[in-house]
Design a protein around this ligand. Structure first.
Ligand code: ZN
Length: 148
């Protein structure tokens, strides 16, 4: 394992052990449940939008380390961002995980770039994209989404 992979692994383990913004949000404006039957991950994403800006974002649910740390990384990255920025970031993450993003875009992601290690494990890619799909679903008013 090289230094970068080691760092990525540590970020993922840390977010799995101490997930950020892991709570239900009663006064959210948007929420959606994401299901990944392949692995059994169930992640619910809560978003509070005010004037086009994500003022609060949290998640809840049961899932493997990858799905949980991806959701945790997402909440830390998107708080304070506009809806457009969130869509853009979700697009970059999803294409990064399918191997279609260039290095410059990945650099913009900060800690989320740690998720690219998941590409080595094709069966886990849906775990990593789950919370991002749930976020996208919530923002367009769908309250349920599945990776299947
Ligand atoms: Zn999973």
């Amino acid at each position: 394992m090289n230094e970068m992979e080691e760092l990525y692994r540590e970020i993922i383990l840390d977010h799995n052990k101490r997930p950020r913004n892991f709570r239900k949000m009663e006064d959210c404006t948007h929420h959606a449940e994401g299901h990944n039957p392949l692995c059994g991950d169930e992640i619910e994403v809560f978003v509070k939008v005010d004037n086009g800006v994500i003022t609060d974002i949290s998640f809840e649910g049961e899932g493997c380390a990858i799905s949980k740390s991806s959701a945790s990384l997402m909440t830390t990255a998107l708080k304070g961002k506009t809806i457009e920025e969130a869509h853009r970031e979700a697009g970059i993450v999803i294409s990064m995980l399918s191997g279609k993003t260039d290095a410059n875009e990945i650099d913009e992601l900060g800690d989320i770039a740690a998720l690219q290690g998941v590409r080595q494990f094709p069966a886990r890619i849906k775990c990593a994209t789950l919370s991002w799909h749930a976020l996208e679903a919530s923002l367009i008013g769908k309250d349920d989404t599945s990776t299947e």
